[in-house]
Design a protein around this ligand. Sequence first.
Ligand SMILES: [Zn+2]
Length: 65
Amino acid sequence: MPKDNKKNITNVCFSCEKPVSGTAFSINTRVNLPVCKDCKGTGKEKQAENELLKSLAEDFVCGCI
Ligand SMILES: [Zn+2]
């Protein structure tokens, strides 16, 4: 069993949820998730990013206080 503390990141674009492979995607450094070249740099990516960060922030608030 491989030692991996990070959750298993599947190669799926976090914006459109299309499977990505090879070099046809980049990692969005804010959410640390793959984004396909079709979504990269688009408003769609930004929107998905913001929603993801928002939901993460809400989880943190609920977990800590
Ligand atoms: Zn995409």
